[in-house]
Design a protein around this ligand. Structure first.
Ligand code: COA
Ligand code: AMP
Length: 634
């Protein structure tokens, strides 16, 4: 059957309002919109203005009412605790309603912020849905961030309540969450009124009287709360993501456009049918987890798997195949790094063959560039289409994809295929002129963005405009560079800012530099993202010490590594700090981070004409070689 992609994409741009109004039929609205797209305040566009709905109602209650009450909504599969728990739509709705009752008991009302700092347990998804039920705005913070990062988010979001747990479980250790939370609250200026703490059997924690409340005890006392209707344009959540400074960006997601885009994507991008089982291996702390572990699958009536484990080590590299086979998943979504980890441990795919994957149709990868060798390995061993797709926290769903639900297009390795319907993707030169096929430029999307895209940054309209809309008026700047080939396939090559992608996690080298610069004996520093066979990139820091520094350089390097772990968190994967005599700079004093990255990756590179002293590059290369980088040119 011919793909319907081209027609869908054309129509989504020629008749935007008709296209998305039709998609909006999949959602139950308490009141229909006055305008499908409000264009009265460019560059701020709003979808479904005047409409009213509740996202939790759409994800749970209407599924219960519509015949899915006894269908499994969520499967919690946790190899790290040896647990599998299933919740029907009715059970999930009832538990979420009770938890919403607890939130209400603690004074949470529509528009209030609630911060969620939790491991991958079903209560994390329940917490998000309970907020949505009350019209409260959740902000989930990934468990791998350290206390100062959590404090920054508390200060920006000013949550009335924090929902957390006693611990998370990593491959090799139990991570106590409560001390991190206590430290973050001590550091933050905005003090939450209360914390609701889930006590896990693996590690209990002390509760602070009158501030901390036991999750289970509170739920036992609560009565269920009904859904509170909100405007389609009201915020559903804030998700902080790395910006170019230590201050993360609070990406805001609205209720109406988000629900429409996600429900549409489940069928058309992913080709899934209601009632089927879907497995996203990510974390609720990331946008992939928000969209495709929690909201999209439930809005669309699927069974979603919430997996507490890693692709390897819990217990082995066959864990994904066991989950797929045991629960009958028809598709899975994860990051390429997970597959690199599996490939490393099970190069011949022997563990894949031990499981019955007969129901499994498609593998979706996103979060970082899908390198062709990894995609080929997955294709060869899984024998299903492997679909790369490109998206960002800001967009909430795919900017470019091979929309298998519309009829799969031929796969080109290294490309996430074509712009998804709703995205008018252009490649621009610095003068905002469109570039020819094959020429690399700034990947930009002509406004308006489709539903689901962040309407703004939390309390920071100006930063939103400056970050995304000011450089190319009339366009959204993705901050990714790339090109379109002659067939219209997108190739995403690199970020144009200081963001690096470490194991599918987005990190700012600028934020790491801010931490290193705070070391009392560091005069100057630079951080680059060096290529890594497993994680895609890892941060590598260069430190120039103050004259007369008293501590030995190797101790300062070790302290720097410790500082980043303490201030940003283990998720930064910052393990290499190199003390150097000086940094390569242009004559005007700009640090040549790009050149250092090329050296680290063993790429061919040109010595910049503006370099102050080319001899420094040799010194940097020697240091990088000692640290295991700067191999032969690739
Ligand atoms: N809470 C506390 N610590 C956490 C954590 C959490 N939720 N998540 C990660 N960490 C820690 C890890 O334990 C590790 O600590 P270490 O330095 O002591 O080893 C560190 O943060 C780095 O984590 P990670 O980058 O995940 O590396 P890893 O070596 O533990 O695992 C992979 C490597 C490839 C298996 C892992 O990155 C993975 O599963 N990636 C999948 C990608 C993904 O889910 N991306 C999300 C976007 S789709
Ligand atoms: P995040 O906001 O954490 O999802 O990170 C978004 C960034 O990850 C993008 O701007 C890209 O740099 C990168 N990214 C995500 N998906 C892909 C992909 N399929 N191919 C290349 N890069 C990707």
């Amino acid at each position: 059957m011919a793909s319907r992609y081209a027609e869908a994409h054309r129509r989504s741009l020629m008749d935007r309002e008709g296209f998305w109004a039709e998609a909006a039929q999949a959602i139950d609205w308490e009141k229909r919109w006055d305008a499908v797209l409000d264009t009265s305040r460019p560059p701020f566009y709003r979808w479904f203005k005047g409409a009213r709905l509740n996202t939790c109602f759409n994800a749970l209650d209407r599924q219960v009412d519509g015949g899915r009450a006894e269908q499994t909504a969520l499967i919690y599969d946790s190899p790290v605790t040896g647990t599998v728990r299933k919740f029907t739509y009715r059970q999930l709705r009832d538990q979420v309603a009770l938890l919403a009752g607890v939130l209400r008991m603690h004074g949470v009302r529509k528009g209030d912020r609630v911060l969620i700092y939790m491991p991958m347990v079903p209560e994390a998804a329940m917490a998000m849905l309970a907020c949505a039920r009350l019209g409260a705005i959740h902000s989930v913070v990934f468990g791998g961030f350290a206390a100062p990062e959590l404090a920054t988010r508390i200060d920006d979001a000013k949550p009335r309540l924090v929902l957390s747990a006693s611990c998370g479980i990593e491959i090799n250790r139990v991570v106590p969450y409560k001390p991190l939370l206590d430290q973050a609250i001590a550091l933050a200026e905005a003090k939450p009124e209360a914390c609701l703490i889930l006590q896990r059997d693996q590690l209990k924690c002390e509760l602070i009287r009158d501030r901390d409340f036991d999750w289970d005890e509170e739920v036992a006392k609560a009565s269920p709360a009904a859904c509170v209707t909100v405007e389609a344009t009201d915020p559903l959540y804030i998700l902080y993501t790395s910006g170019t400074t230590g201050m993360p960006k609070g990406i805001v997601r609205d209720n109406g456009g988000h629900a429409v885009a996600l429900a549409w994507s489940m069928k058309n991008v992913y080709g899934i049918e209601p009632g089927e089982t879907w497995f996203t291996a990510s974390d609720v702390g990331w946008v992939v987890g928000h969209s495709y572990i929690v909201y999209a699958p439930l809005l669309y009536g699927l069974t979603t798997i919430l997996f507490e484990g890693k692709p390897v080590g819990t217990p082995d590299a066959g864990t994904f195949w066991r989950v797929i086979a045991q629960h009958g998943a028809v598709a899975m979504f994860t990051a390429p790094t997970a597959f690199r980890a599996i490939k490393r441990e099970d190069p011949d795919g022997a563990l894949i063959r031990r499981h019955d994957l007969s129901k499994f149709r498609t593998l979706f990868l996103a979060g970082e560039r899908a390198d062709p060798p990894t995609v080929e390995w997955a294709e060869n061993h899984l024998k299903v289409p492997v679909i790369d797709h490109w998206w960002q926290t800001e967009t909430g769903w795919a900017i470019a994809a091979n929309c298998v639900g519309l009829g799969q297009l031929p796969v080109k390795h290294g490309s996430p295929t074509k712009p998804a319907p709703g995205y008018d993707l252009r490649v621009l030169d610095p003068a905002a002129k469109e570039m020819k096929p094959g020429e690399i430029g700034a990947l930009c999307v002509k406004l308006p963005m489709p539903p689901g895209f962040a309407p703004t940054l939390w309390n920071a309209d100006d930063r939103f405009v400056q970050s995304y809309l000011a450089d190319y008026p009339g366009y959204y700047l993705t901050a990714d560079a790339g090109y379109l080939d002659a067939d219209g396939y997108v190739f995403v090559m690199a970020r144009t800012d200081d963001i690096i992608n470490v194991a599918g996690h987005r990190l700012s080298t600028g934020a790491i530099e801010e931490v290193l610069a705070a070391h009392p004996e560091v005069a100057e520093c630079a951080v680059i993202g060096a290529g890594d066979a497993l994680k895609g990139q890892v941060p590598v820091g260069f430190l120039v010490l103050k004259a007369g520094a008293k501590t030995a350089p190797k101790d300062i390097a070790a302290e720097a590594v410790g500082l980043v772990r303490e201030r940003i968190g283990p998720v930064a994967s910052f393990k290499t700090a190199i003390v150097v005599e000086r940094l390569p700079k242009t004559r005007s004093g700009k640090i040549l981070r790009g050149t250092m990255r090329h050296i680290a990756d063993g790429d061919d590179y040109k010595i910049p004409a503006t370099i102050d002293d080319p001899a420094i590059l040799g010194e940097i290369a020697a240091h990088l070689k000692d640290a295991g980088y700067a191999r032969e040119p690739r």
